[in-house]
Design a protein around this ligand. Structure first.
Ligand code: P6P
Length: 338
């Protein structure tokens, strides 16, 4: 039986190993993958935590495939995650939000049965202001055979994810993931360099009182979206309105707060960008799996994000996610039912 003490020092590594024993057919490959990923997270944290002190603040002169200016920390995080993951023998290929094409495993290393997609540093425009940023990851089992992975291994719908999660670099650094058996959070204790279980089996409230979206885009939103937001701002004690607006501008931060406190996070499509701004594969799929595994809902306006069949590596999607009742009500407005 686990005592309070043993539970207190449940490291991410120990938790992953104990979870592995729940799967009769486990080979240890998946655990090895997550171990490598937790090391990558610590290496990124080490630079992020001292970004203000060394010359990695500021921008490179490069734009990424999404047209965002690449910050030096972006590049460092992108390279660090790739190099931490390329030799473990768990992956057949990778894909990064910072790179146009899929990333192959070097010939000198063994390949594996999983695929890793990642956003190395989400919210990088906030780096210089020392605002919360994060890394996001999504893991699938490969669907092709042979030595090298292929685009087909990456372009899988979100419900096929074997695991997903994020590392949020905020007032503390927390590694949050799901492998299909609930959502668990591990807070980094820098004094020992270990992620310690701090949020076991996170459940999102059925209804919240916070809405999180860039209301500066209000004029470009659909009529249904505009009416939904007006509804949230109209006082009504019985339904807990008006809601409060909280928006960090880093999806990892806004989604993490929504996961813990409830409510709704949204980045709708609009007249200028009908598919919205957020990337399906690198941001919306992993976050949707986390939210749904915690008892919440995700939507692209009509169906779960996890049901979207990808057609390209960097495609965008409108995204609404959070408490079940809030996302359901939002969909009713979007679909003209309210
Ligand atoms: P806006 C960060 O650049 C990001 O990709 C997400 O992390 C965040 O939710 C969104 O863009 C913020 O976009 O248009 O509100 O600045």
């Amino acid at each position: 039986m686990q005592t309070a003490t043993t539970k207190k020092f449940m490291t991410l590594e120990r938790f992953i190993n104990e979870q592995e024993r729940l799967y009769a057919d486990a080979t240890g490959e998946f655990s090895g993958l997550l171990h490598d990923l937790s090391l990558a997270a610590k290496l990124v944290w080490r630079e992020v935590s001292k970004a203000g002190l060394v010359n990695i603040i500021g921008s490179t002169d490069r734009m990424n495939v999404s047209g965002d200016m690449v910050k030096k920390l972006d590049e460092f995080a992108d390279e660090t995650i790739y190099k931490a993951m390329d030799h473990g023998g768990h992956l057949c290929c990778m894909a990064s939000e910072e790179n146009e094409d899929i990333l192959h495993i070097p010939d000198e290393y063994p390949d594996g049965k999983y695929v890793l997609l990642y956003d190395p540093l989400d919210g990088s425009s906030n780096i210089d202001a020392n605002i919360t940023i994060g890394s996001i990851f999504s893991i699938f089992k490969r669907v092709t055979k042979g030595r090298k992975g292929a685009l087909e291994d990456c372009l899988q719908p979100g419900y096929k994810q074997a695991a997903a999660g994020y590392i949020i670099y905020g007032s503390s650094t927390i590694f949050v993931y799901t492998a299909g058996r609930g959502v668990h959070g591990f807070t980094l204790d820098p004094s020992v360099g270990e992620f310690l279980l701090s949020h076991e089996n996170i459940r999102i409230p059925k209804k919240g009182k916070i809405y999180s979206m860039n209301e500066g885009n209000f004029c470009n939103w659909s009529d249904g979206m505009q009416r939904y937001v007006q509804h949230l701002k109209t006082p009504d004690k019985t339904s807990g309105r008006p809601y409060s607006l909280r928006y960090i501008g880093t999806m990892v931060g806004d989604a993490h707060r929504t996961l813990l406190y409830g409510g709704i996070f949204a980045y709708p499509g609009d007249k200028k960008n009908p598919e919205g701004k957020l990337r399906l594969m690198y941001e919306c799929n992993p976050m949707a799996l986390i939210i749904e595994q915690a008892g919440g809902r995700s939507s692209d306006g009509t169906k779960s994000i996890l049901q979207v069949q990808p057609t390209s590596l960097h495609q965008h999607t409108p995204v609404f996610m959070g408490s079940e009742e809030d996302v359901t009500l939002c969909e009713e407005f979007l679909q003209g039912k309210r």
